[in-house]
Design a protein around this ligand. Structure first.
Ligand code: RB5
Length: 148
């Protein structure tokens, strides 16, 4: 799979660990995050990664900031993006199965390295179930298309 990863200054270390893990699993990784721990602004990286995922430049994205919240909120402003913050593998599986999340997010100040790897693995191995879940996703995107 081709996977875009991005992060802010709070998540540089975890980002590199997750990148190594993704490559061990055989994935291609595109790093659009900051590699510096100097304070920066997570919306910039959330938007950049989300636009690339929405444009089909990768199969999915992974976003990491301090909590996973800010960067995913920014990403969700991009049309077609369904970014979900997950702090456990069960939620990570379900956001793919039910919500077909095209971006997984988590917080470097919330989860440790091993838990982050388990979250990533659960998300990547899960498959969207379709059916009634697709109907609900269509409803979400109808909300998006009604925005001015
Ligand atoms: C940066 O200090 C922090 O606010 C950011 O990484 C993130 O947690 C925001 O949601």
């Amino acid at each position: 799979m081709k996977i875009i990863i991005a992060n802010d200054h709070a998540a540089v270390g975890l980002k590199f660990q997750v990148m190594d893990y993704l490559r061990e699993l055989g994935h291609d990784v595109i790093n659009l995050g900051t590699d510096s721990e100097e304070s920066c602004h997570y919306p910039e990286y959330g938007e950049k990664a989300a636009r690339a995922v929405a444009a089909g430049e990768a199969d999915c994205g992974i976003l990491i900031c301090g909590t996973g919240a800010g960067i995913s909120i920014a990403a969700n402003k991009v049309k077609g993006i369904r970014a979900a913050v997950c702090s456990d593998p069960a939620t990570a599986r379900l956001v793919k199965e039910h919500n077909n999340a095209n971006i997984l997010a988590f917080g470097a100040r919330i989860v440790g390295t091993e838990l982050a790897k388990d979250i990533v693995k659960a998300y990547l191995e899960a498959e969207f179930l379709g059916g009634k879940h697709q109907t609900r996703i269509d409803m979400i995107h109808e909300i998006e298309s009604r925005q001015r």
